[in-house]
Design a protein around this ligand. Structure first.
Ligand code: THU
Length: 160
């Protein structure tokens, strides 16, 4: 038996001003997009935004349902919107912003497992890594270079 270790990497920025220009623009759109969130059940607004290879910026938000399992995450909203509006155009980065009406969250909103899987699928489909930029309502910003850094040992099409 051999023990193996997985390490992952991310950058941590103290403020939006410190971010590279493109990262900042995408994060600001994610923050704006969370205003469109339909989240009457959780009161947890999530905004996501992507920058596509053709320069387009698109935003999306979470969309809840009284039948709870039908809630759609913001990351999935924006990635499927991008794939339909601009087929074959790869997203270069995705940003995610959050707001909780009950408390100020001062740590980055980490994408759920399903969204990490969708980010990895999008990367593989387009043969293009995606920067992932995350911030809470305040506090530090985490930047992952790609989806696999958020989901090591991901399931993918090579098994099918
Ligand atoms: N949510 C997202 O939009 N993205 C995630 O990565 C995690 C969770 C949404 C789903 C639901 O509307 C609310 O946040 C609470 O789980």
């Amino acid at each position: 038996m051999k023990k193996r270790t997985i390490t992952t990497h991310y950058e941590c920025y103290d403020s939006v001003e410190e971010l590279p220009e493109n990262d900042r623009a995408v994060l600001l759109l994610a923050k704006k997009s969370l205003e469109n969130s339909y989240s009457p059940y959780s009161q947890f607004k999530v905004g996501a935004a992507v920058l596509l290879r053709n320069g387009e910026l698109l935003g999306g938000s979470n969309y809840e349902n009284a039948s709870y399992p039908l809630c759609i995450c913001a990351e999935q909203t924006v990635l499927t919107t991008a794939a339909n509006l601009y087929p074959g155009v790869a997203p270069l980065m995705i940003a995610v912003a959050i707001r909780n009406s009950n408390q100020v969250i001062d740590k980055p909103g980490l994408p759920c497992g399903a969204c990490r899987q969708v980010i990895c699928e999008t990367e593989m489909k387009n043969n293009q890594q995606m920067r992932v930029i995350l911030q809470g309502e305040t506090g530090p910003i985490f930047v992952f270079e790609n989806g696999l850094d958020l989901l090591p040992l991901a399931f993918d099409r090579t098994f099918l």
